[in-house]
Write a protein that binds this ligand. Sequence first.
Ligand code: HEM
Length: 348
Amino acid sequence: MSDHSKPTDTTTTEPATPKEAVAEHGETVETTIKSVKITKEQTAKLQQLVSLLPQILKEIDNQEYDEIFGWRINVADKEHVDVGVRNEILLKFLIAHEYDVQATKAKLVKTLNWRNEFQPLSAAFDEVFTKELADLGVITYFKDLDNHNLKVATWNLYGNLKSPKKIFEKYGSGAGEDDELRPGSQFLRWRIGLMEKSLGLIDFTDPHNSKIGQVHDYKGVSMFKIDPGMKAATKEIVTIFGDNYPELLSTKFFVNVPSLMGWVFTFFKKLGVISAATLKKFQVMNHGDLSPWFGKSRLPAVYGGDNEKVKLIFELEAAQSVKVSAYGEILLKKLGDKQIAAVNDDVE
Ligand code: HEM
């Protein structure tokens, strides 16, 4: 792990030699990868990608913004770079692009630019959302669950929405014009914030906890057509996840899907923004029994469990235990200082 107590330096441009970039404390790319087994060829590709980091960082819009999922993505000799985690994150992008190094390089530039613009860490750790939005999502963390990469899961209780059309109209259409510094709708920012928070609970180097599960509970949902606002908002979210959160999903469960609403699944498939690899991770069911995956003892009865101490999934909420990473905090502070400076400029 990196030494978070050292002061940050903000210069990111000087190139490191490929050798420096791949070996720190005697570790090579190969020895740093713990989450999955990779072949010699794949290791070589990762090595190439690591050696391209100085170039990637030169190409991004803001050279001070070199963070992904709270971890500094920079060369090994920079402060706060955890080489092991950094390589695992780079590997996820590489796998998503079938080990095409140039395609991955281009994608990393895009993701770093998106993060610099969207500020997902601010959505997760600084911004406060209405109860209406907060009531739609839960993060669970079952420390002792070693199967299926489901220790961490986000639960979206979209069935709780009284009027989906309304929430997408209210929060889901267009950018947040009220606050130029925060792009995207409140719904989108809340959803991305939930995702980022959940990533704070995974360990990128742990084969059993380097991905998250996701549950969409559609209990009580009834809908005959998808209104344009909802279509636009869901398409946007699905695209953002596909582009910027690669290899992070273990399984996505769609539970309590009313039998008459199977057509919605077809609708999402036809949107054309969900990759074949992601589709394979989907489990659609017309009931809510998740005990085969999570185990009965962990779940409330509504999800097929026998944990009598818990009635609602909200009672298992683990979000409060997620803290922003040390490097994320440094970047958030910089963002806050910039915002204060911008406000001061406006006042003057
Ligand atoms: C009121 C009804 C519904 C609402 C409000 C709703 C909401 C959403 C939202 C906001 C997303 C964006 C992705 C995310 O948040 O993770 C999404 C994705 C999705 N929903 Fe629904 N949904 C509804 C009904 C359904 C039904 C009945 C199905 C049928 C299985 C369904 C299947 C899907 C699929 C397949 C995705 C794509 C997931 C992904 O790519 O990760 N939805 N939905």
